[in-house]
Ligand binder design. Structure first.
Ligand code: NAD
Ligand code: ZN
Length: 342
């Protein structure tokens, strides 16, 4: 089969012929239909310092996908050929304390698809049946392909009560924009979305941000006054990984404000801890998606009318993957889909 492989320890990916994956008794074999390019894939493509110390080479990359089951292992009774599924990107051990307690997103020994084990940028992928989510029939295939980052957005946005609350989202990347859509759908009052990229702020406004802010030109204290807010944002969703965005967020929260932090800072980051202590802020780190409560919420919100369609801005055939990565790196994109069914 064909697959996108990190073959050499240098920038790029290579479209190659690789052996078909084999399935064990508890696995399913999936024919990949569409995939999404994630920021992680871009790190692997450009071969930055994180990728250099994390990715064993060679490796089939990619983890955002939708496809159809074509074969199941002998122990698998509840899935069959033709089921449309996506894979949870973290394959968990199933045996550690957290896994045994049903908190699989907190597994002590998680393996990343397309990072630590063969990924989804391929014609086929094999996964344990416990790692796949069967899609509702009516879910659009492009959206099904990006359930992984949509799940990051949902996991973060629904970490704290947001009904009627004022929400600040820093970072209008694909995940920040989807989080704006989710926050609005879940009943937030003001959804203020910041970035330093006007193209992405426009995308965020299409998805549901009620006020977008280019922080190079406007400051959040003025925005609070403009919106008639008196005590600060109730909930913060950090989705930029940028230290100054996070520091700004801390200073804009109400007393007792709650912050869910998804963005990954690239280095140590100093903050004013006095603000955290005296204002009694809660800061919660967010990793991945809850298996499978987040997936359930994602499906239900789509069924209840959440429209994420503007987030998919580009589509390419897998042979044109380089164009897809170029668009991702331009900063002028939402999600970029690669089609494997042509
Ligand atoms: P992205 O890099 O596409 O988006 C980040 C955005 O932040 C960009 O649009 C950038 O212009 C913006 N930004 C930069 N400086 C800013 C500033 N000072 N103020 C406001 N915005 C600023 O990333 P993404 O794919 O949308 O993911 C969002 C973040 O979540 C990234 O940091 C990513 O690494 C992280 N992530 C975490 C997990 C997890 O499980 N914790 C999973 C996926 C992604
Ligand atoms: Zn585990």
């Amino acid at each position: 089969m064909k697959a996108l492989v990190k073959r050499h320890r240098k920038p790029g990916l290579w479209l190659e012929q690789v052996p078909m994956p084999e399935i064990g008794i508890n696995d399913v074999l999936i024919k990949v239909d569409r995939t999404g390019i994630c920021g992680t894939d871009v790190h692997i493509y450009t071969w930055d310092s994180w990728a250099q110390k994390t990715i064993p080479v060679p490796m089939v990359v990619g983890h955002e996908f939708v496809g159809e089951i074509v074969d199941v292992g002998s122990n698998v009774v509840d899935f069959s050929a033709g089921d449309v599924v996506s894979g949870e990107g973290h394959v968990v051990c199933g045996r550690c304390r957290n896994c045994m307690a049903g908190r699989r997103h907190l597994c002590n020994d998680t393996k990343g698809i397309g990072v630590n084990r063969p990924g989804a940028f391929a014609e086929y992928i094999a996964l344990p049946v416990t790692n796949v989510w069967k899609h509702d029939q009516n879910i659009d295939r492009d959206i099904a392909a990006i359930f992984d980052p949509y799940g990051n957005a949902v996991h973060t946005a629904l970490s704290f009560e947001i009904l009627g609350e004022d929400v600040l989202i820093t970072g209008a990347g694909p995940i920040g924009c989807m989080a704006a859509a989710v926050a609005k759908h879940a009943g937030a009052r003001h959804v203020v979305l910041t970035d330093v990229n006007p193209w992405r702020l426009e995308l965020g406004a299409k998805l549901g941000a009620t006020r977008t802010v280019d922080v190079r030109e406007e400051n959040l204290s003025d925005i609070q006054r403009e919106l008639g807010m008196k005590e600060g944002f109730n909930v913060g969703l950090e989705m930029s990984g940028n230290p100054s965005a996070f520091r700004d967020m801390l200073s804009q929260m109400c007393h007792g404000g709650k912050i869910a932090m998804l963005g990954i800072p690239s280095e140590d980051m100093a903050i004013d801890w006095n603000t955290v202590v005296f204002n009694m802020l809660t800061i919660k780190g967010i990793y991945g998606r809850e298996m499978y409560d987040t997936w359930y919420q994602m499906t239900m919100m789509l069924q209840c009318g959440l429209d994420l369609s503007p987030i998919v801005t580009h589509r390419f055939d897998f042979q044109d993957f380089e164009k897809g990565f170029d668009v991702m790196m331009s900063g002028q994109s939402g999600k970029v889909i690669l089609n494997w069914s042509n």
